[in-house]
Design a protein around this ligand. Structure first.
Ligand SMILES: *[C@@H]1O[C@H](CO)[C@@H](O)[C@H](O)[C@H]1NC(C)=O
Length: 260
């Protein structure tokens, strides 16, 4: 008793703690039963949710980790799939979209294709490697609301990502036929899905307007309006290659045929 009073805080603390432990051990049967119950409920929820729910959650986590997740990074992931599905037909690529420098570098490194790029937005913060590509004319900085500085059918394929989402239908009406014009085989579009978050407020100045994520039926209607056809054979081959390579796209991907 005397000792406790010498150091009241500490002793009091341990006294309280042992009291708590004591009361816990007294109620322990009830406590462990409720713990088992809670555990069981979690297990049931987990089992019913299935691996799909879990898988999607995992995906969401890895996307959030990427923070500046974009369909442009998705293009880079998809290069082996594109290569496998389009094969030798994919000879000269034009990538249109932000961060085109890294996409073009990756195409040059990983696929036996020639590649060029159009950067629709300013690249002041680009690294020296990118600036060198601009100097060599491999990458051009160009507003895609205006005609592209290339002759008709200059490339086998045009791949566009994260750029069309920022255009209103009025401009899409001109830009999309432009992409088809400079390609001989096809246009591959990587675009955001409805509900996806894109472009933080700070980036709005760069893109001009917030991204609009359109549904796949909206796009399909739009393609018909401007007489562009989806390439069914390419779609099938891409799906096959994607499943072989375990590639699961997060963005919507459309395969269009160029004008004939
Ligand atoms: C786009 O072009 C199509 C066909 O040429 C036309 O029907 C449609 O009204 C145009 N849309 C806009 C927003 O200009």
């Amino acid at each position: 008793m005397l000792r406790r009073q010498v150091n009241p805080t500490r002793r009091g603390g341990s006294f309280l703690l042992s009291g708590a432990l004591h009361s816990k051990s007294r109620s322990s049967p009830l406590l462990s039963i409720s713990l088992v119950l809670v555990g069981a409920i979690f297990l049931i929820i987990y089992a019913c949710g299935g691996s799909d729910l879990l898988g999607r959650r995992k995906d969401a986590v890895s996307r959030v980790e990427g923070d500046d997740f974009s369909c442009t990074s998705e293009v880079q992931r998809a290069i082996p799939v594109l290569k496998k599905s389009y094969g030798d037909k994919m000879k000269q690529i034009l990538h249109v979209g932000p961060d085109s420098c890294s996409v073009v570098s990756k195409f040059l490194r990983e696929a036996e294709t020639e590649a060029w790029g159009v950067e629709p937005y300013d690249i002041e913060d680009a690294n020296s490697n990118c600036k060198a590509q601009v100097q060599k004319g491999i990458i051009r900085v160009a507003d895609i609301k205006f005609p592209l500085p290339y002759r008709a059918k200059s490339f086998s394929h045009v791949i566009v990502s994260d750029a069309l989402d920022y255009l209103s239908p009025k401009y899409l009406n001109k830009t999309l036929p432009e992409l088809a014009r400079v390609s001989s085989e096809g246009v591959v579009i990587f675009t955001g899905s409805p509900g996806q978050q894109r472009a933080k407020v700070g980036q709005l100045a760069k893109f001009g307007r917030p991204a609009k994520m359109r549904s796949s039926s909206w796009w399909t209607r739009f393609f018909t309006q401007i007489s562009l056809e989806e390439n069914e054979a390419a779609i099938k081959k891409f799906e096959q290659a994607a499943s072989k390579l375990s590639y699961k796209p997060f963005c919507q991907i459309f395969h269009l045929s160029s004008y004939h």
